[in-house]
Design a protein around this ligand. Structure first.
Ligand code: FES
Length: 108
């Protein structure tokens, strides 16, 4: 797993793991979900509804909505504004006809 965190001169809080699309990623207390993903080299946070194009963090301050993910089962959650917590479950948001991350079988 890639680690793109600055190490020298940084004192971090307790270490824990979060699950992102079935993969465990290292997180530290006080980091946002977006920070954890970027530190692990993950750039795609969601896919667009029509063309399924990848999108990731853009503004980092909660304004652009490019970082929407399914976090702890809640779709349309801004990864840049959500603190990572131990046991947090995160999914890349993929749009389907009935909404984000719905099963194709549930479509009407
Ligand atoms: S990166 Fe813009 S709202 Fe999260």
């Amino acid at each position: 797993m890639a680690n793109r965190r600055v190490e020298k001169g940084v004192k971090r809080g307790p270490r824990f793991e979060i699950e992102v699309d079935g993969e465990n990623l290292v997180a530290y207390q006080g980091e946002t979900v977006a920070a954890v993903l970027l530190a692990a080299g993950k750039r795609t946070f969601r896919r667009t509804a029509k063309r399924h194009e990848p999108r990731g963090m853009y503004c980092g301050i909660g304004l652009c909505h490019e970082c929407l993910m399914v976090i702890n089962g809640v779709p349309n959650t801004k990864a840049c504004q959500t603190l990572a917590t131990p046991g947090c479950r995160v999914e890349t948001q993929k749009w389907r006809r009935n909404g984000p991350n719905t099963s194709p079988r549930k479509q009407v």
